[in-house]
Design a binder for this molecule. Structure first.
Ligand SMILES: Cc1cc2nc3c(=O)[nH]c(=O)nc-3n(C[C@H](O)[C@H](O)[C@H](O)COP(=O)(O)OP(=O)(O)OC[C@H]3O[C@@H](n4cnc5c(N)ncnc54)[C@H](O)[C@@H]3O)c2cc1C
Ligand code: FES
Ligand code: FES
Length: 486
């Protein structure tokens, strides 16, 4: 049986007999007595618990990632290097990010500042801080700004991408690329598996048919921290290389996006290849969430307000399901069977989604409305793809919505009303009148049914307006909403 083992502030720790559902935050505060890392919300929403973990980029480089310790179960850092705020001061000198925060008058209360410093720490060593929106995105998971956000932003801009040749810069260069470790850890009745191959995964399912799958844990860990559940058998897919990363498909083109691809990596990839996906990911949680959250987790929790389903439905994605018997493929719309219910069978996992390349000249975009712009769940989200023929009439319309029904779904009647019509404001408005026949949304604290219906309609009209100037519009920096009509 394996032991839990990871490197904390440069010292290896081994933990026998610790529940595998213990979060890193609980361990840091209660057992390691590293109380600089704070607990604000215990649900990934405030950033007070941010630590840095050395992770691997898709091209195999070691990199620091700021991550919420409140959502990390201890086995998720098996074999990895973790740094907390206590590690930053070296040889009596504060780290560049700490000095800069102080000089710019960016320190907040003692609860929020350690998390802010750790988010800045990641920014400091990032080689890709080449656009102003990236500074905002870096900090948007550190939510409290009650002593002023401007000085924090100034500190971020001052250190972002500085990559000093200091202890941590050198440590990163010397670090071996971290790999997820093959693991079977047991404490009492609880097991945590991290099998290193598909074959080993099927063996785990053979022995534990009801094992719960976990990957990033940004949904599942809340069952532990908020509902105080202690799943008996968890099986992670993180160490299975065939489920991770994006690769081009042969033949007609398109891509296979591995289910365990982290959204931070997907966002980088989508910036070059799929603008609507990048656009949606900009306002998906916060960077610290996206560095753990995965595509598969977002689809498999089958939330009606998950942000990836509408955009993937509009792109015509296919779900690839894997089990001991091999792979089977389903159009993504057939993957969602009902409220939080998917077509996954027992002992089956989502291996990937396949996304065809959008047709040449297609109009496409994605939209999200939430109560606040950053770090919030959608009230309504949408992904649209429209193609037109030489005569200017609509040939294909795939209009997908989240937040309008029990599952993410396409607006079939509205689509039918649009196909064959000229791509004009008048026909878009006429088609949008059919949305009421497609959906009967609920009223809840995120929005009334009437509000949702209006937002859904305005998304479609805004999509037409926005694609007048650009077929696959991107978000500029400092835009006021996800809908930008220039
Ligand atoms: C603070 C915060 C902000 C968030 N913001 C957003 C947001 O803006 N938009 C949004 O849509 N979501 C948001 N989420 C929800 C969550 O981050 C996403 O749903 C994420 O993609 C889940 O991925 P994960 O790998 O962490 O899933 P996990 O928590 O590991 O798993 C989620 C569920 O899916 C199952 N599962 C995971 N992967 C597979 C697989 N490959 N095969 C079979 N089953 C699988 C698990 O068994 C579990 O039931 C947020 C969450 C938090 C905590
Ligand atoms: S305690 Fe709030 S994000 Fe972790
Ligand atoms: S609660 Fe810490 S700065 Fe607002």
């Amino acid at each position: 049986m394996d032991r839990l083992r990871f490197c904390l502030n440069d010292r290896w720790v081994e933990l026998p007999d610790t529940s595998p559902t213990t979060t890193l935050l609980r361990y840091l505060r209660d057992q390691a007595h590293l109380t600089g890392t704070k607990e604000g919300c215990a649900e990934g929403d405030c950033g007070a618990c941010t630590v840095a973990v050395v992770e691997s980029t898709p091209d195999g480089r070691a990199t620091y990632r700021a991550i919420n310790a409140c959502l990390l179960l201890l086995p998720m850092v098996q074999g990895k290097r973790v740094y907390t705020v206590e590690a930053l001061k070296r040889d009596g000198r504060y780290h560049l990010v700490q000095q800069t925060l102080a000089e710019k008058l960016g320190s907040q209360c003692g609860y929020c500042t350690p998390g802010v410093a750790m988010a800045l720490f990641e920014a400091c060593y990032r080689p890709d801080m080449d656009a102003p929106w990236k500074a905002d995105a870096q900090m948007c998971g550190n939510l409290c700004r009650c002593t002023g956000y401007r000085p924090i932003r100034e500190a971020t801009l001052a250190v972002a991408g500085a990559r000093p040749d200091d202890y941590f810069g050198r440590a990163l260069k010397a670090a071996a690329t971290p790999v997820a470790m093959d693991l079977h850890y047991r404490a009492g009745e609880q097991h945590y598996f991290n099998p290193g191959s598909e074959r080993a995964l099927w063996e785990v399912f053979e022995a534990h048919p009801r094992a719960r799958v976990v990957v990033g844990g940004t949904d599942l860990s809340l069952e532990v921290t908020k509902r105080h559940e202690e799943p008996r058998v968890l099986v992670s897919l993180e160490a299975i290389a065939s489920f991770r990363g994006v690769r081009a498909l042969r033949g007609d083109g398109g891509w296979r996006i591995g289910a365990t691809t982290a959204l931070t990596d997907l966002e980088d990839w989508a910036e070059k290849h799929l603008p609507p996906l990048e656009r949606m990911l900009r306002y998906f949680g916060a960077r610290a969430i996206k560095s753990r959250a995965t595509v598969g987790g977002n689809l498999c929790n089958a939330s009606p307000i998950g942000d990836l389903p509408p955009v993937l439905l509009s792109l015509g994605a296919t779900a690839v399901l894997a089990s001991r018997d091999g792979e089977r493929r389903l159009p993504l719309e057939d993957f969602f069977l009902g409220y939080r219910k998917t077509a996954l069978r027992e002992r089956e996992v989502l291996a990937a989604v396949e996304v065809p390349s959008p047709p040449e000249g297609a109009y496409l975009a994605a939209y999200k409305v939430s109560k606040r712009r950053e770090l919030d769940i959608s009230a309504v989200a949408a992904g649209f793809l429209v193609t037109t023929g030489a005569d200017g009439r609509v040939q294909t319309a795939r209009l997908a919505y989240g937040g309008m029904a029990a599952t993410p779904a396409r607006a079939r009647k509205t689509e039918a009303a649009l196909v064959g019509q000229p791509w004009t404001a008048a026909s878009v408005r006429a088609a949008a009148a059919h949305l009421g026949a497609d959906f009967t949304p609920l009223s809840d604290h995120r929005g009334s049914a009437r509000y949702r219906g209006l937002v859904a309609r305005n998304f479609l009209i805004g999509f037409f307006e926005e694609t007048r100037t650009e077929r696959a519009p991107r978000l500029s920096h400092g835009h006021p909403s996800t809908l930008e009509v220039r």
